[in-house]
Write a protein that binds this ligand. Structure first.
Ligand SMILES: [Zn+2]
Length: 512
């Protein structure tokens, strides 16, 4: 049996269904490009029929991201498949991913169909999808709670209809590893034609077992894993890509399997997804958490200094965490700046470079030592900005324990300066209200968080916040500065600009 495991990343579909996450097309494209650099085999770009925004994003990814299979999700009916194909047809390697539930509980309460009807619908959907592409994946939703003999019959039918990949998801995160491995093993042994297709698994983390179940299934013969960056996804999330990949990499001796992932891109991808989704990574998260490679106790530190392998099973460099070294300062020129960015893997247009260099010079005036992390923060901020309607000209805050916090902001719109002042319950509240006065919108701040990008007293702080206008659609804004309040103002404006931009495009967002 082949040792190759195919990595099917569903960050942009299942991950994007995480509560509170909503990415626009530009953000999804950026993540998709990074996933291609990371070396995933398949990018599930979205669920085209779910909303016009999804359709647009999948179309853009299919058209622009090359060297990787791009999949789109479709329920087992012709209309879903037609729309999925419309989005996917420009892809270099398109895959239609169609699904229907096979557990009795879903048949009875959700689909209101009997077993024979579901089997026929599944086979018909696969046959229909095959008219468009030879790469068709079928998923049996809630497979792990389905009758296993019935499931084998459904899989036989879809294989006969031309499915290339069959996915056996643990949709509700109910399985435990030994049981799931046996289940996959049973299917491998009792399904006619199974040797002709790739068996895939898709595990959810409701019991914290998504990665364990995935590895168990690989042991039983599965060769595609569906997973997300940072494990984001519905409810408790999906199996985490970085954990699966690093388990396979670090324990090749036990598992004997390989992927095509460039592990050195893991950390960068994790950061990008965290920043764009606004979903913060817990410090103790395996592989990519802030503490994943930190040795705190004296005994451990001493051991690692003497011989790293005493307490370290992986090198941080392997996942792309570089030791933040001093690189640039106030007197560094444009050439050195560009050189370092190139080494860090950023390719910028002249215009982006000019903007980023200006930010760098501003930062260098306030901060003595500029590290790689600072540079990454600057570049990410610059290249992720939507073309702004409003930009921050100046900010003045008056606050303290005995005064009412007051903010005065000056914003630029088409070269014109607009100024307003407002009081608030705190300085951040005052800033938001002053900005609202200028824009005439009244947004609600749903959530506000700060992260130190770098260390030291003059560290850059990154504020990520979420705002809503109508109480339903949530927009994420980000801003960086050495000043927390200025970073808040920038983040709030970033979110407002995105809101205005999306108002223009009028994207719906209605997931199943
Ligand atoms: Zn899922």
């Amino acid at each position: 049996m082949s040792k190759r495991v195919y990595i099917f990343d569903t960050t942009l579909r299942d991950g994007e269904q995480s509560p509170g996450v909503s990415l626009n097309t530009a953000e999804k494209l950026q993540i998709a490009r990074q996933l291609a650099c990371l070396g995933v085999d398949i990018i599930e770009a979205g669920f085209p029929i779910a909303s016009p925004g999804d359709l647009q994003a999948v179309t853009a990814i299919a058209r622009e991201v090359k060297g990787v299979t791009v999949a789109g999700l479709a329920r087992a009916n012709q209309q879903d498949i037609d729309v999925a194909w419309q989005a996917l047809k420009q892809a270099e390697q398109p895959r239609i991913h169609t699904f229907i539930a096979t557990s009795d509980i879903h048949l009875q309460y959700k689909l209101r169909m009997n077993r024979q009807e579901v089997l026929e619908a599944a086979a018909a959907a696969v046959a229909y999808a095959r008219r468009f592409t030879s790469d068709v994946e079928f998923s049996a939703e809630d497979a792990s709670r389905s009758d296993k003999d019935y499931l084998c019959r459904v899989l036989e039918a879809v294989i006969a209809a031309g499915a290339r990949v069959v996915n056996i998801p643990d949709t509700v995160g109910y399985a435990v590893p030994g049981e799931y491995a046996d289940f996959i093993g049973y299917i491998m042994e009792n399904t006619r034609g199974i040797e002709k297709v790739i068996v895939s698994v898709h595990c959810h983390d409701d019991l914290g077992l998504a990665v364990a179940n995935t590895l168990a299934a690989l042991g039983a013969g599965a060769r595609q894993v569906e997973c997300t960056i940072n494990g984001i996804g519905e409810r408790a999330g999906n199996a985490s890509l970085e954990e699966i990949v690093m388990a396979l990499h670090t324990r090749r001796d036990q598992l004997g399997l390989e992927t095509a992932i460039n592990t050195r891109e893991i950390y960068r991808t994790s950061r990008l997804v965290s920043t764009l989704t606004g979903m913060v990574i817990q410090p103790n998260k395996a592989i990519v958490g802030k503490n994943a490679f930190a040795h705190e106790s004296g005994i451990h530190q001493d051991g690692v200094l003497k011989e790293r392998t005493t307490y370290e099973i992986m090198k941080p460099e392997t996942v792309g965490i570089s030791h933040s070294n001093l690189v640039l300062g106030k007197h560094s020129g444009r050439h050195a700046f560009k050189e370092r960015l190139t080494q860090l893997g950023y390719v910028l247009t002249e215009e982006e470079l000019a903007k980023a260099f200006t930010s760098f010079k501003n930062l260098a005036d306030r901060k003595k030592e500029i590290t790689d992390h600072d540079l990454e923060a600057i570049v990410e901020e610059e290249i992720r900005q939507v073309p702004p309607v409003y930009t921050l000209d100046y900010l003045h805050i008056s606050t303290g324990s005995t005064v009412v916090p007051t903010a005065t902001v000056g914003l630029l719109k088409e070269g014109q300066r607009l100024e307003e002042a407002a009081c608030g319950n705190g300085p951040v509240d005052a800033i938001c209200r002053a900005i609202d006065k200028v824009t005439g919108l009244s947004c609600t701040l749903v959530n506000w968080g700060i992260r130190a990008v770098t260390s030291g007293k003059d560290a850059i702080g990154e504020v990520t916040l979420k705002i809503t206008l109508d109480g339903e659609k949530v927009v994420v804004g980000r801003g960086i500065s050495t000043d927390v309040l200025e970073a808040s103002a920038r983040a709030y404006l970033n979110a407002v600009n995105k809101l205005l931009k999306e108002g223009e495009n009028n994207h719906g967002h209605d997931h199943h």
